[in-house]
Design a protein around this ligand. Structure first.
Ligand code: DQA
Length: 146
């Protein structure tokens, strides 16, 4: 099972960016933890971060026929990007949306996600564990159809 992990804008700054909200782990720490879990589950992971909407759209388009699913933290594009949502709809791959912080407990503008209605589900508020829970979720969704 091959999964593409996408990280949106500003997540390259994890570790130093508002650590009270997003924790002290770096993006490299997040990716390393995901790779360990992927190894345990027998999955193959490719990780990619971009600050650019079009690069994320390109990565989603290119995932068709290569990956079995996408784990994505669209970051601020969650709340703004119809282009990312349309790309996900176009490739018809299962997507799990994750957020480090609980987007529903923050500012009003973060409560709406363009991705959530077309995702298998959303996991929000568990720090790095959101990604690990998300990986388990997409694994069982693809494996067992759950
Ligand atoms: C985030 C939440 C978004 O609202 C914010 O723009 C981010 C990070 C999270 O992981 O908690 O950049 O996606």
């Amino acid at each position: 099972m091959k999964i593409l992990v996408l990280h949106g804008p500003n997540l390259n700054l994890l570790g130093t960016r508002e650590p009270e909200l997003y924790g002290r782990e770096t993006l490299a720490d997040v990716n390393a933890a995901l790779q360990v879990l992927a190894g345990e589950l027998g999955m193959e992971l490719t990780t990619f971060q971009s600050n650019t909407e079009g690069s994320l759209v390109d990565a989603i388009q290119d995932a068709r026929g290569v990956f079995d699913g996408i784990l994505i933290n669209p970051a601020a594009y969650t709340h703004t990007s119809i282009a990312i949502r349309d790309a996900i709809s176009a490739v018809q791959l299962p997507v799990v949306e994750v957020h480090l912080s609980n987007i529903h407990a923050r500012e009003e503008f973060r409560r709406h996600s363009y991705v959530a209605p077309i995702a298998v589900g959303q996991i929000s508020g568990f720090g790095v564990n959101s990604y690990l829970l998300g990986l388990r979720a997409i694994f069982s969704h693809i494996k067992k159809g759950l």
